[in-house]
Design a protein around this ligand. Sequence first.
Ligand code: NAD
Length: 353
Amino acid sequence: MRLATPTGFATEVFVLEKPDRDLLPEGPWTLLGDQCLRASWLAAGMPEPEHALWVSVPEEEKRLGTLVPWLEHWAKAPFHRDLTVVALGGGVLSDMAGLAAALYLRGVTWQVWPTTLLAMADASLGGKTGADLASGKNLVGAFHAPKRLVACPAFLDSLPARHLENGRWELIKTALIQGEQAWAKEMLQPGPVQFAWVEKALAYKAGVVHRDPREAGERRLLNLGHTLGHALEAASEYRLLHGEAVGLGLLAACFLSEAQGAKPFPPAFLKALARRLAPLAPLVAPWSSCLPLLSRDKKAKQVSGAAGAGACEIICILPRPGEPAVQRPLAPQQWEASHARLLTMLHQETARA
Ligand SMILES: NC(=O)c1ccc[n+]([C@@H]2O[C@H](COP(=O)([O-])OP(=O)(O)OC[C@H]3O[C@@H](n4cnc5c(N)ncnc54)[C@H](O)[C@@H]3O)[C@@H](O)[C@H]2O)c1
């Protein structure tokens, strides 16, 4: 099924139970796939073009150096400007493949076939491609939207449970941005991920990205859970997965929103969040490790005046029960009490379990 997206949207979005070769490019194309998907790709009757590359790209290798051999390989083939790169893998591979497609011959077309829940629900849509630098994650990249996105739940059959849970947090984030608490509550229940949730998240993100492709306004809302989340992820030395860190950041953002004067979330809802997050408590870094990371956040801006030299603010996204989330510039220190409340609640839920 092709999802309805806004007229003129750069990416055609398909959600199919199984991969379909008819959705592969018609002209010259090559495949850049995660090697752990090779067997299931071939078993599904999908073709392996000449010069296909099967790679393994762990997060630690999400570096510019990793993609240079891919570019050399394409140039040696040789592929020309009419090439379409088909990326098959999780968010690391698709971020890197998209960046390689943006760089090769100053930009060739690409398709993305996401294979993790996180990539299906979030990373593969929106045109952000990137790689990490020693100073931080995703500090280099390009906006280069894939021409086509094909999400097939069949790929999730082999995905480890931890990665399914990881992707679920990006879905819960989407519900909270829109104030759809009942949907968020449904996704917090035990039970398998419904693919209708992914379709709903993709449709929502397509609308936001179409209205604000360069994150000048509305698109910032997609960063809900990411401000403290990124700091927790880095402070854990990436032992926390991206989606897990976002989940922790979501609960903390609920607390911060209340501290900033919004109506509190119902205690049962906060508990449901904390119960699902409680196993991550040992990976939550102390506030003293998070504060310097928050101050160095990509989205932090220096402010002058009463706050003093060197003070900074970050546009924080605050969820509200039953209402869309709002943006608020806040000093990093404002997160301290929410971080403390997060830890307390996680420990309470751990003790109760
Ligand atoms: N571009 C964006 O807008 C955006 C948004 C969110 C996250 N991201 C990026 O996404 C990355 C995280 O992506 P991720 O969570 O998909 O992790 P990942 O790409 O590292 O994949 C997780 C693991 O699962 C394996 N894998 C992939 N598909 C599989 C399958 N179907 N069966 C079994 N194993 C499979 C991978 O080899 C890897 O070991 C981060 O680098 C983050 O920065 C990008």
